[in-house]
Design a protein around this ligand. Sequence first.
Ligand code: SF4
Length: 344
Amino acid sequence: MMKEALFWEKTLRDNVRCNLCIRKCDIKEGCLGYCGTRLNQNGTLYTLTYGRVAVMSICAIENKPMYHFFPGSLWLSVGGLGCNFRCGGCNNSDLSHADVKRSLFKTTYMTPEMVVKKAKENNCMGIAFTYNEPTMWFEFVLDVFKLAKQAGLSTCYVTNAGMSPAALGVIGEVIDGFCADVKGAFVESYSRIADVSDVNIIFSNVSEAKRKFAMHVEVVTNIIEGYNSNEAESREIASWIFAELGKDTPWHLTKFFPSGKFKDVGATSIGILRNLYSMGKKEGIYYVYIGGIQDNPEKHTYCHNCKRMLIKRKQYGEIENYLVDGHCPYCKTLIVGRYPYQGV
Ligand code: SF4
C-alpha cells in the first residue's frame, strides 16, 4: 500500500525534493530516492514501506545496545526495508540495502494497532524500531509511537541520526530512548564508512534529542580498523559526548566483524577496543562499554564514584541489577538512566 509521504516539496516541473533526511533527494517523476523507499508518482512523493514489517522479534534492550534504559526489559523490536546510508560493513544489509520495491513481497503488512497489540500481548516494556534505519518508514514509526504512548508503552529509536532536523522535530515528541550510531568524528571517515558527508546535522540531531526532547541518549561507535579506529578520532567523539551530551551518557565501543563490502577488513582486536575504552574514560566519560566480546569486564556497569559493579550483564540480555532507585547501593551516587526494575 502506497501512502503519501511526509516532508517533501515540489521543485521543477514534476520533480519533488524529499526533506526527510540529510540527503534531500531531488526525485524525478517515476523515480525513487537514494534509499529506495520513496517514489515520485505524478509529482507526489509516496512511501512504499508504510506498515511493511520485514522482521519482528522480542528481545532485551541490551541488544540495541542500551544499558541505562530500563535494563533487563523486553522490547518488541521491529525492522523494515531501506536505508539512507550505505555502510560497507552493515550487519543487516539484506534489509538495509535491499532493492525495496522487489523485496516488498517478503514483508508482512501490519497496522500500527497490530504492532502495539503485539507488544502488549507479550508484556513488552515498549517498542523499538531497529534493524534498519527507522527514518526510512517515518510515517509508520510515527503512527506506531503515538499509539504506543497512548497505550502506556515506552519507545526506542535505534538510528544513524541522519534524519532532517524537521523530521526529528516531529518524531522527537514521542521518542523515549535514542540509540545513536555515531560512526566517526570526521567527514572523511563517514564518507568511507557510510557514503555520507553531511556530518554536522548528525551531531546536532543527537544533541537535540538530548537537549530539546530530553530523550535518554546512548551513543554507539562500531570500531573498524583502518577506518575509525585511530585514537584521535575517538578522542574527538569522546570530547563531543562530554561537552554536548554530558559525561554520564553511555558510550558503546563495539567490535566490528567482517561483513558485506567490508568482508576483507579484519575483525577489531580487543587491544584496540581496550585502548579506546581507556581513552574514553580518561576523557571523562563515566560509562564506556565494549560490546561484541564474550565475558569481558567492560560490558558491566560500575559506579563512577566507588567503582563497584552495579549491573552485571550475562548472555542473552540477562542481568543482575544492584541499583536502588537508580543509585549505587554502596555510596548512594546517582547513576543516570531510566530504571523501573530494581534489585537482582
Ligand atoms: S529519505 Fe530517502 S528519498 Fe528522502 S532524502 Fe533520504 S534518501 Fe532521499
